[in-house]
Design a binder for this molecule. Structure first.
Ligand code: ZN
Length: 134
């Protein structure tokens, strides 16, 4: 399969967006049964993480800690005003992989895949590559 793009539209400066069902939909549409799904965020002020999908306060706690590590108003050299977002992107990372078994993403019960916006609102994308071993 060629790489596919999942469009993501963030609504605020910092926001975690659950993209699990979008990725599952792509796997369903492609008819992939077993393989590995690579996810890549081609942005310098966003990231991707896999974490708690049930309690939204976990996402808020992660955002709070990241903001404590990289406050928006430090005396950064990067003068675009979004140095904190670049730093958060590097801390969180821009790539993940998830196995696919019997047509389903192999995730823990409480896990969800989140696109992490750090300099929104913006139109973003997640690049997806699936390697099938069927
Ligand atoms: Zn910048």
């Amino acid at each position: 399969m060629k790489v596919k793009n999942i469009a993501v539209k963030s609504k605020s400066r910092t926001e975690f967006i659950d993209i699990t069902s979008e990725i599952q939909k792509l796997i369903d549409n492609e008819g992939i049964k077993n393989g590995i799904c690579f996810l890549f965020v081609p942005h310098t002020t966003a990231g991707i993480t896999i974490n708690e999908g049930a309690d939204p306060s976990v996402q808020k706690d992660i955002q709070t800690l990241l903001t404590r590590l990289a406050p928006q108003d430090l005396n950064y050299l990067h003068r675009e005003g979004n140095a904190d977002a670049h730093i958060k992107s590097t801390i969180v990372g821009v790539d993940k992989f998830v196995f696919i078994e019997d047509g389903r993403l192999v995730l823990g019960t409480w896990q969800a895949i989140y696109f992490c916006e750090f300099d929104g609102p913006r139109h973003r994308r997640v690049v997806v590559k699936i390697l099938s071993d069927d």
